[in-house]
Design a protein. Structure first.
Length: 262
């Protein structure tokens, strides 16, 4: 399993600088976000020479693995939807095997049925582009989303019916939202192409560093391997100075991964 750092969390206007700083902390690679820490789209990601610049940068910094992060509610506006669709093409030019997406944030003023329909329709449009570009879309769910657990996410997969639609297993979200987390991961056997790693306290949606919280990380990482996943997994923490906790977090996660091999 490769442990990736997220460019989104590095306070710099330069993707190249973000990659250098991430790799200096012991990560295996990078999750290249299309947005900044405030989830605002970064125009630099869509510059024509961006893919080639990043390939050079990643080679110089000995990046072993990478993905693209496009984690935003693309049902909110046509602008956001088109940005996600366009990002699929950039991901393909980068040579990324997967791009992370989520879906619709639940809005109480709209009916669930209306939001579900919009979520399905817009995801189908993104999948159509992913099929053209041969890029997997790794979807995750969260508390407060239209698809807010594994069962609903897989129901959406069945309705969308795209070979490029796969799973980003955010283990903290599975811990919070699924009554039987290990059974939920089992239901995704063979479908997980990316993961987000953190710890969480019971009943609280707050991404904690790996050594805090109530989750048994070893059990989750072992289950990911058991169901066929051993790929790119990003450190997904927000409330901290990312660089300040990165080195210890990477070492901790790699230590737990070594334990899963015993």
């Amino acid at each position: 399993m490769y442990i990736l750092g997220r460019t989104q969390m590095i306070p710099t206007d330069s993707y190249e600088d973000a990659v250098r700083r991430i790799m200096a902390k012991g990560f295996d690679g990078v999750e290249i976000g299309i947005y900044n820490r405030a989830f605002e789209i970064r125009e630099a990601f869509f510059e024509e020479d961006f893919p080639e610049r990043m390939k050079v940068c990643m080679e110089e910094n000995k990046v072993k693995a990478y993905s693209v992060g496009a984690h935003m509610d693309y049902t909110e506006s046509q602008e956001k939807l088109q940005a996600i669709i366009k990002a699929v093409g950039v991901a393909a030019k980068l040579g990324a095997k997967q791009m992370i997406i989520n879906g619709a944030i639940r809005k109480e003023e709209l009916s669930f049925e209306e939001q579900w329909k919009k979520f399905i329709e817009d995801t189908k449009l993104i999948c159509a582009e992913a099929e053209k570009q041969n890029v997997y879309l790794a979807m995750e769910f969260e508390p407060g989303f239209v698809a807010d657990n594994t069962e609903k996410m897989l129901k959406a997969f069945a309705e969308i019916n795209s070979p490029m639609l796969k799973v980003n297993a955010d283990i903290g979200h599975v811990f919070l939202q699924d009554e039987e987390p290990m059974a939920a991961l089992e239901s995704c056997r063979g479908m997980i192409v990316h993961a987000h790693l953190e710890n969480m306290a019971k009943g609280i949606h707050n991404h904690l560093v790996p050594w805090e919280g109530d989750m048994d990380l070893k059990a989750y990482l072992m289950k990911l391997k058991e169901v066929g996943f051993d790929g790119n997994a990003s450190l997904d923490v927000y409330q901290y100075d990312y660089e300040a906790v990165a080195e210890k977090s990477v070492a901790y996660l790699k230590g737990v991964l070594r334990e899963t091999e015993v």
